[in-house]
Write a protein that binds this ligand. Structure first.
Ligand code: MF3
Ligand code: CO
Ligand code: CO
Length: 302
């Protein structure tokens, strides 16, 4: 891999060299046509259009690795959902999920990530994201919450989050949760090969605004696969046709954070992590990791 990478830097790979993707196949039988197709594209710098770097493209082995991490990650989210009830602390959910992931030979990626103190994020009501599970945070009737879990296994990462709620919730809260899921789904539909990443944010933003909600733009999705957070940044409210080109083999998250009130957020200055809506309004989020394919995309983690 390193050798090929250097070769690529010095001069173009030759047809019979082994491909830069690490497949072990000859370049001409692997990503040569792929590179030629991208070479033919005129990138419009005024729209921030850029070519994706090779390091974020997954080969078939990489994709299988991400899928194995995703199976454990989905099981962990199922477990979290089963535990949600009035009277339980968010730390109890964190601890059970931690044990589940570790017992499957994997690692909860959030733990110690840039100093994050727990294994998963649980974001309740007006918390937008990065909520820290705590023994003092007891779920109660009417709460809505996002559980965001990332699992890494053998160096491959799968990142997903879901909304849950406790007992009876308001009609407004229910609508926010449902519409936010639809916003994620229209974003995923817009993630097409040889289109641009900005198409995702254009689709998400349009549906959010049609429903009177606002889109958080201080945070967004990201490449995810061979590392937790990779290029590109995935905005959930931006212009179509902007940013990085989406190509087969790229894996990214679509994870809109949608507020019932204004889009502004603040980060807790004591814990340095918890992101809340500035106006105290409810916030919802759903997240999937998807793979861009030749014909569209495939959900890897949900
Ligand atoms: N899982 C989050 C994401 O979707 C990142 C959480 S980072 C943490 O990108 F440190 F807060 F855990
Ligand atoms: Co996540
Ligand atoms: Co993510």
């Amino acid at each position: 891999m390193i050798k090929n990478f250097l070769l690529e830097m010095v001069n173009k790979l030759k047809r019979n060299d082994s491909c830069w993707c690490g497949s072990g196949k000859k370049y001409k039988k692997c990503h040569l046509e792929f590179d030629e197709r991208i070479d033919a594209i005129k990138f419009d710098a005024t729209k921030g259009q850029i070519r994706p770097p090779h390091k974020i493209i997954n080969n078939a082995v990489d994709i299988e690795g991400i899928k194995r991490a995703a199976v454990i990650n989905s099981g962990a989210l199922d477990l979290a959902g089963q535990m949600v009830k009035a009277g339980i602390s968010t730390l109890e959910i964190n601890d059970a999920v931690h044990n589940f992931i570790v017992s499957h030979g994997a690692h909860p990626s959030c733990l110690d990530f840039e100093g994050f103190p727990k294994s998963i994020c649980i974001s309740v009501n007006n918390v937008v994201c990065h909520g820290i599970p705590s023994k003092n945070e007891i779920l109660k009737d009417g709460d809505i919450l996002n559980v965001d879990i990332t699992t890494d296994l053998d160096g491959y990462f799968a990142d997903a989050s879901r909304m849950f709620w406790v007992g009876e919730i308001s009609a407004d809260a229910k609508k926010l949760i449902e519409v936010t899921k639809e916003i994620m789904e229209v974003g995923i539909k817009a993630a097409q090969p040889f289109h641009f990443v900005g198409d995702i944010g254009a689709a998400c933003g349009k549906l959010a605004k049609a429903n009177g909600f606002s889109v958080v733009t201080d945070l967004g999705g990201h490449g995810c696969g061979k590392a937790f957070h990779l290029e590109p940044f995935v905005s959930h409210d931006c212009k179509a046709g902007t940013g990085m080109l989406l190509v087969p083999g790229m894996s990214i998250t679509v994870e809109p954070m949608i507020n019932a009130g204004g889009k502004k957020v603040t980060t807790d200055n004591k814990d340095g992590w918890t992101v809340r809506t500035k106006d105290g309004s409810l916030s919802a989020q759903w997240e999937k990791t998807i793979l861009i394919t030749e014909t569209g995309n495939e959900v890897l983690a949900f």
